[in-house]
Write a protein that binds this ligand. Sequence first.
Ligand SMILES: [Zn+2]
Length: 249
Amino acid sequence: MKKLLTVILILTLLSIPYSVKSAKAETNVRVPVLLYHVVSTNPDPNNLYQFSLTEFKKHMDYLNANGYTTLSIDQYYNIINKKAPMPKKPVMLTFDDCTEDFYTNVYPILRKYHMKAAEFAITNLIDTYGHLTTSQLKTVFYNGIDVENHTTNHLDLTTLTHNQKYAAINNATAKIKSITNKAPLYLAYPYGTYDADSVSILKSLGYKAGFSVSNVLSTDTSNKYGLPRIVITNGDTLNVFEKKLLNGH
Ligand SMILES: [Zn+2]
């Protein structure tokens, strides 16, 4: 009997490392990163990137009612690098171009649900007509919204010289840091386009990641300097939204 117990004990001990290993290998990292632009009470029906506030509310109600966890950008980055556990239903919300509706329409809803999100700002447009002001950006930043880089002027980086690219990224870094006191570590490429030079500039400036546009979910094998975002476009009903959350398209 004692011998049998010893054999069982040895077998159990032997199987522990194996079961831990296989449990880890089964971890399936999949995170949808959603991209919104303008969210308006009166969206232009011919503009794909203007979205109805009424529909936007339905999307956020859906996330809230269905147990989704919205991530900060650092949480997202740690999850896809397997340095943080993934909540059951993770989602990352991103907003581009720092239009003023982010403050007037989007932010109150995010606050209502205690949701996290990131705003990618075009820094030359801050404090210009129809865009977020420095003071609004400070308010959202100090209330948990990440403020990140979308370049100074929103030009397609692949059309610029090295020096122009560097300035578009680096001057925007400085501007955001002057507002939030924190250097941005993530950049969204204008139009989602980038090249090897854009990536090496990001790396040289200490950026952790770059976001592109590609309608798939992020995984632990995603290219960190070409992370996929799922575009939400004008007319995306709740049905389409549910599909995009699950599959990216
Ligand atoms: Zn943009």
